[in-house]
Design a protein around this ligand. Structure first.
Ligand SMILES: [Fe+2]
Length: 401
């Protein structure tokens, strides 16, 4: 597990937004349909001359790489494409990307695709500029030298990686996921072009959208939340709860696609400033041990974690606020308000086709103890508003059976 400072404070009052905080606001957001065409101009503004575009084969086949390269070449930049990004990138994937960047003499990186493309670009940036291995950067702020400018261009509305300074890279041998974060690793610019998300299949739209929703909802009540992150969690929840059903119904609804993309990015900013919680802690072992897709795993655990967290008055008040913002309730009763938010999330998960029973994912009763043991060790769980131990995670998994 990553060594990190544990925040042991417990929320004890409904208004726990008054604490001091330190915010990261380094990412410049460029939002709008067709904004991919401004890539060349933006790369020039960052003084890039030799671009390594980091992406995967699916994004090449969707035609997005062709348009990105055209924009870069129109600005007279030298472009090389690394299209070997894999899902859940490993240290070996990062090494291959570093070799491509060195061979091209890259002085700027572009990450085009889902979270894996952006993570690979960020991981490459660490090694290319600071040397060593990914494990040297496991944790926060371990890179001492300046890094190359990065432009992040998401093609899914999900991870929010475009607004975060962390690269999630798995060790090639142990498969341990390492969260390597440094303010210097964050993208200088994120291009949010809703048209790029039209190419996603429904299943990807659903799973990534549910992941983005969970980012908004977990960051909204985490121990590290503050006024700044709350603004982003709140708006992200509002956008995603309204837009996800719309894109599931009509995948070509560009207005809703735009709201999803912006919601995912805002949730990414919220995470950067307030971290996540127990739904992600419970989801990670399901992905590691049973190959459950991340968005599915988080979605399956989210309502159970929300109900557990709502036992805390401060969280229940926050949920009730969100329910009102999202027009899910008009009640002034906090308990009813919180429950209406959780019920709204459950309805959306059903609409998105997220299963709600762990046995459907191959999980048996005898597996729960090992899952709970792993979940209790997840770093992300330390930021959950209600401190949860192994026994608590076991109960959550039992509820999801
Ligand atoms: Fe997530």
């Amino acid at each position: 597990m990553e060594a990190a400072t544990k925040n042991d404070s417990v929320i004890s009052h409904p208004d726990f937004l008054g604490d001091s905080f330190h915010i990261q606001t380094q990412v410049r957001l460029v939002f709008g349909c067709g904004k991919l065409t401004s890539l060349g101009q933006l790369a020039t503004e960052l003084r890039g001359r030799r671009v390594l575009l980091v992406t995967d084969r699916g994004i090449v086949e969707a035609g997005h790489v062709h348009h990105a390269v055209a924009s870069l070449e129109q600005a007279n930049l030298e472009v090389s494409v690394f299209d070997q990004v894999c899902e859940n990138p490993t240290t070996a994937d990062v090494s291959a990307c570093v070799a491509a960047a060195q061979s091209h003499g890259a002085d700027i990186l572009v990450g085009l695709g889902g979270g894996s493309s952006m993570d690979t670009a960020k991981g490459c940036n660490f090694i290319l500029t600071n040397g060593g291995e990914m494990k040297d950067y496991w944790g926060i702020g371990k890179a001492s030298k300046p890094m190359l400018p990065l432009i992040a261009i998401p093609t899914t509305a999900g991870t929010g990686s475009e607004c975060q300074s962390f690269a999630l890279i798995a060790d090639e041998k142990t498969h341990q996921k390492m969260a390597c974060g440094d303010p210097k690793a964050a993208a200088a610019i994120a291009i949010l072009d809703p048209e790029l998300t039209l190419s996603q299949p429904r299943r990807v739209t659903a799973c990534t959208g549910v992941d983005a929703l969970s980012h908004a909802l977990e960051s909204a009540v985490s121990l590290k939340r503050n006024r700044y992150s709350w603004l982003h969690s709140n708006e992200a929840t509002r956008l995603i709860l309204h837009a996800l059903p719309a894109v599931l119904k009509d995948p070509d609804d560009l207005d809703a696609r735009g709201k999803m993309l912006l919601g995912a990015a805002l949730a990414g900013i919220a995470i950067e400033n307030s971290m996540l919680g127990a739904a992600h802690a419970a989801a990670n072992p399901l992905t590691a041990q049973f190959n459950v897709i991340h968005g599915t795993a988080v979605g399956m655990m989210l309502p159970h974690v929300m109900r557990r967290n709502a036992t805390l008055e401060a969280v229940s008040t926050a949920y009730a606020d969100l329910a009102k913002t999202c027009h899910l309730t008009t009640s002034e009763d906090v308990t009813k308000g919180a429950e209406s938010l959780i019920h709204g999330v459950e309805c959306l998960l059903k609409e998105a086709g997220i299963p709600n029973r762990l046995p459907e994912q191959g999980v048996q009763v005898e597996n729960l103890q090992a899952l709970a043991s792993s979940a209790a060790q997840q770093w992300t769980g330390r930021f959950n508003p209600v401190p949860l131990g192994e026994g608590d995670f076991l109960t959550l998994y039992q509820q999801a059976m």
